[in-house]
Write a protein that binds this ligand. Structure first.
Ligand code: CS2
Length: 494
């Protein structure tokens, strides 16, 4: 009986009968990508694509330097340091097969709170041609409705007071680009990989807004020396569970402190607008396009909205994972009719085959019983997700006098989500940067339903649509007097 082996550079060769190990010499890799936010998603997506490109096409010029800026992310930094940047990607098929692959494309790691200057220097280094980001939907501080950057946000405001010890990505980037300009170096591409409509445009608007406030004289240089391609990213990547670590140790004899689980499906569409060269990711299935809009809409308004819908309704019922909710016929029927009646009509008619195909693969992806994707992950920071995933559908449908019933139902259910109790009588954890506001407004909505819709940073002026308000109020009263399952069944039976 063999013993489990700890995953690091010294042991990785000996793991070849236990997992797929990098079939390339990592010492040959030159680092040209600095990635901020080494989330599970980044490790299942961009780092995976880069690994495939190095391994199958000898592309040694674009290794990744992983950077975390938040105190809360110290653990992943320590793990990557301990494991020499190596980690296991556990790809789980719906039929139960697992593929374990050791990913080797992250070759450096930095942690902002420990050494901010080192991070700034690395970002300013001329070798870095792409700075990519997964900083989450709420990391951009851009008001969807007004399009304005929230300079009042406490962390942003602190960076503005203390620009030489930055905490936000904007503060770090500004210092790094000041150095590049001062040293006569070139700029680079800033590639957002977050689930935001026009994520590159959003990043550009937020960053330029910040710089304009702080160092307006840097702005003309930045405009000339950076590009911000929009991209659509897609791969369902749940949080790692202790069981995943145990499975690796007991069944595969690999000790990895923080492996990543993901589905087999992966997709990445990027606007081909890079400041320097770029990796030839098209060789490993990435699609380069001129305009992202269609892909963005399809993905955000079908997949992410579908997740949010299952997350809210499923949590109210007492389900814990996307798989549980998606394998409940009542919930799935509700989701399918939401997609058919309310989302698909807002997508480009010329691409109907692509859309239909995406929708059906999506249903199978949600149902994958081996991806334990927690509904709490989906519902975390909903106040930043709902305006991106669901409300654009509502606005377009309203502007065409088309149905919005299921979306209004979901928003009403979302309000009751902040009552904090499921239909099995159990509480659940609410995690949102504006949870106080959401909970207070949900409580007030018991007397006055509109109070919830009056959260402007989320809903904008939606409260001034009589059609939406009428339906939302009706569903809210209805949901508060029945179980969510009863409501969904009633709704489904028309
Ligand atoms: C999820 C996404 O965070 C969420 O709400 O919908 O993380 C989703 O799993 C990915 O976008 C899949 O590509």
């Amino acid at each position: 009986m063999q013993n489990p082996l700890y995953l690091n550079i010294e042991n990785v060769g000996a793991l070849q009968n236990r997992a797929l190990i990098p079939a390339f010499d990592r010492d040959k890799i030159k680092t040209s990508i600095a990635h901020i936010g080494i989330s599970n998603f980044h490790r299942a997506h961009q780092a995976y694509y880069m690994h495939e490109l190095i391994e199958n096409h000898d592309e040694f010029n674009f290794g990744i330097c992983g950077i975390d800026l938040l105190d809360a992310d110290r653990k992943i930094y320590n793990v990557l340091k301990d494991q020499d940047g190596l980690y296991c990607l556990m790809v789980k098929d719906a039929n139960g097969s697992h593929q374990i692959k050791v990913i080797g494309s992250i070759v450096e790691y930095f942690f902002g709170p420990e050494n901010p200057m080192a991070v700034i220097e690395r970002l300013a280094h001329p070798d870095i041609e792409i700075i990519s980001l997964t900083i989450a939907e709420d990391g951009y501080h851009l008001n969807e409705i007004t399009g304005e950057f929230d300079q009042e946000n406490p962390v942003v405001a602190e960076d503005m007071r203390n620009p030489f010890y930055p905490k936000t990505v904007f503060g770090y980037l500004m210092q790094a680009f000041k150095l590049r300009k001062f040293r006569g170096l070139a700029g680079c591409t800033i590639l957002s990989c977050d689930n935001i409509k026009g994520n590159g445009d959003t990043m550009k608007a937020s960053f330029f807004n910040y710089v304009n406030k702080m160092e307006p004289e840097l702005l003309p240089w930045l405009k000339e020396n950076t590009t911000f391609p929009n991209s659509m990213v897609d791969r369902i990547t749940p949080l790692t569970r202790p069981e995943d670590i145990e499975t690796l140790k007991n069944d595969f004899l690999i000790e990895d402190q923080w492996p990543v689980v993901c589905e087999p499906f992966a997709n990445w569409v990027i606007e081909d607008n890079f400041f320097h060269g770029r990796p030839q990711w098209e060789k490993v299935g990435v699609q380069f396009v001129e305009h992202i809009e269609f892909y963005d809409k399809m993905k955000l308004q079908l997949l992410n909205a579908g997740h949010t819908l299952l997350g809210i309704l499923g949590t109210l019922h007492g389900y814990k994972t996307v798989g549980e909710a998606a394998n409940d016929e009542d919930f799935m029927y509700f989701l399918k009719t939401f997609m058919d009646a309310e989302v698909i009509p807002v997508l480009d008619k010329a691409e109907v085959h692509l859309v239909e195909n995406y929708k059906s693969t999506l249903i199978a992806r949600f149902k994958n019983p081996y991806i334990y994707d927690s509904l709490s992950r989906i519902c975390d920071e909903s106040s930043a997700k709902v305006p991106i995933f669901i409300l654009p559908t509502v606005r377009t449908q309203l502007s065409k006098d088309k149905v919005i019933d299921r979306a209004a139902f979901v928003i009403a259910a979302w309000c009751t989500y902040y009552d904090g109790l499921d239909d099995q009588g159990k509480t659940y954890k609410i995690s949102d940067s504006i949870s106080n506001v959401l909970i207070r407004r949900a409580t007030q909505s018991q007397q006055n339903p509109i109070r919830f819709l009056e959260i402007e940073s989320v809903f904008g002026d939606l409260k001034s649509s009589p059609i939406f308000v009428e339906k939302y109020v009706r569903y809210l009263n209805y949901i508060r007097t029945r179980t969510i399952k009863e409501c969904i069944k009633d709704f489904n039976s028309g």
